[in-house]
Design a protein around this ligand. Structure first.
Ligand SMILES: NC(=O)c1ccc[n+]([C@@H]2O[C@H](COP(=O)([O-])OP(=O)(O)OC[C@H]3O[C@@H](n4cnc5c(N)ncnc54)[C@H](O)[C@@H]3O)[C@@H](O)[C@H]2O)c1
Length: 339
């Protein structure tokens, strides 16, 4: 996907994902200028120097530049203020998931921007991954028959930095939300009920933040298909993100390639010699590039918003229901958390 007018983009937040997005933006053909800022000005300056992009010492300077669009990759709890500020200034937004740290914050953003024509694209990059796209196509074409089971995994090889966890919203809102979004997107169906369990066998900082490091979720879809979502921060074998869509006529498996960290112990099986993906950056680099290319096309009015805050809200309701379910150890219908 490539867009025609060369644009000037601001980027707020030069941490893990923001730095990667800034680098991706420098490689897009229709991005003329990238201007980065962070609450930690030294960090933004270092990124700017490293990537040879422009630097703004603070957010006021960033907003005062003549931006065609703004990429928000700051910590989750700062997303609402930055989204609404940009929209009020007429600047199209790409914001990393989630829209806000909780449902109230997400609804407040949606309420604030609902009458504005300024687009806000949310960063669910799996929608731009070739495998998930092929699965969606296989399901909608009818090739798989009717789906009986979906199995999704998001297994991180190692936890993010300890200080990330208390501001992350917890494993369901931070991590599982990608699976909830992509299950809705590939199937075109809604999730209606969840039952979630969580466990802590790793570092103490998860429990200290009232979070879990591992979780298992059962989901019921509105067509009675059943799904499981498996999440952990401690998958020593490597980064393992897959989706298995199993139907009455066939299946579609996303993420089953030579780098999937699956160790067969069958005697006649010759394991692939490729290293496992180290993390989300390596696994989804092409998808991040596609989603940011799409954002440039959205900025230029050449593409409809591929992932709106309303989409993000639906996935977030599922995450919220999972959090309630694991705390109260009971099944929770999405209708219970819907506002
Ligand atoms: N789509 C994905 O695959 C993916 C992957 C990782 C993170 N994320 C999302 O991206 C966001 C950032 O995650 P990260 O891992 O890069 O975090 P990080 O902690 O590495 O970086 C966050 C940066 O934001 C800056 N920051 C915080 N508040 C700010 C504010 N008000 N104004 C300006 N800068 C501010 C911090 O100084 C830091 O540099 C989170 O919302 C997370 O959910 C998405």
């Amino acid at each position: 996907m490539s867009s025609h007018r060369a644009v000037t983009l601001g980027l707020a937040g030069t941490g893990r994902i923001g730095t990667a997005h800034a680098e991706t933006l420098t490689k897009l053909p229709n991005v003329a200028t990238v201007l980065v800022a962070d609450a930690d000005a030294a960090r933004a300056r270092a990124t700017a120097t490293h990537l040879r992009v422009e630097f703004a010492p603070d957010l006021d300077t960033l907003f005062a530049a003549d931006l065609d669009g703004l990429v928000i990759a700051t910590a989750t709890d700062s997303h609402p203020a930055l989204i609404t500020r940009a929209v009020d200034a007429g600047i199209p937004v790409f914001c990393e998931k989630p829209v806000a740290a909780n449902i109230e914050g997400t609804l407040a953003v949606i309420d604030h921007i609902q009458n504005s024509p300024v687009p806000v694209q949310i960063g669910f990059q799996r929608r731009f991954d070739a495998g998930y796209r092929a699965a969606r196509e296989a399901i909608s074409s009818g090739k798989l028959g009717w789906l009986h089971t979906l199995r999704a995994t998001t297994l991180d090889p190692a936890p993010p930095p300890a200080e990330y966890i208390p501001r992350s919203g917890g494993i369901f809102r931070d991590c599982g939300v990608h699976d909830f979004d992509i299950i809705r997107w590939v199937t075109g169906r809604e999730i209606v009920e969840v039952h979630a369990l969580g466990a802590n066998r790793g570092a103490a900082f998860f429990a200290e933040a009232d979070d879990v490091d591992t979780a298992a979720v059962l989901l019921r879809m509105d067509d009675e298909a059943l799904a499981t979502v498996s999440l952990t921060r401690y998958n020593g074998a490597g980064y393992d993100v897959r989706l298995e869509a199993l139907g009455s006529k066939g299946n579609a498996i996303v993420g089953l390639d030579d780098r999937a960290p699956l160790t067969s112990v069958e005697p006649d099986y010759a394991p692939p010699s490729y290293p496992a993906y180290a993390g989300f950056m390596e696994r989804f680099r092409p998808a991040y590039t596609e989603e940011l290319s799409a954002f440039v096309a959205v900025v230029n009015g050449e593409l409809d918003n591929p992932c709106s805050p309303l989409d993000a809200l639906e996935a977030f309701y599922v995450a919220e229901a999972c959090e309630l379910s694991r705390r109260e150890s009971r099944a929770v219908e999405i209708a219970e958390v819907r506002r």
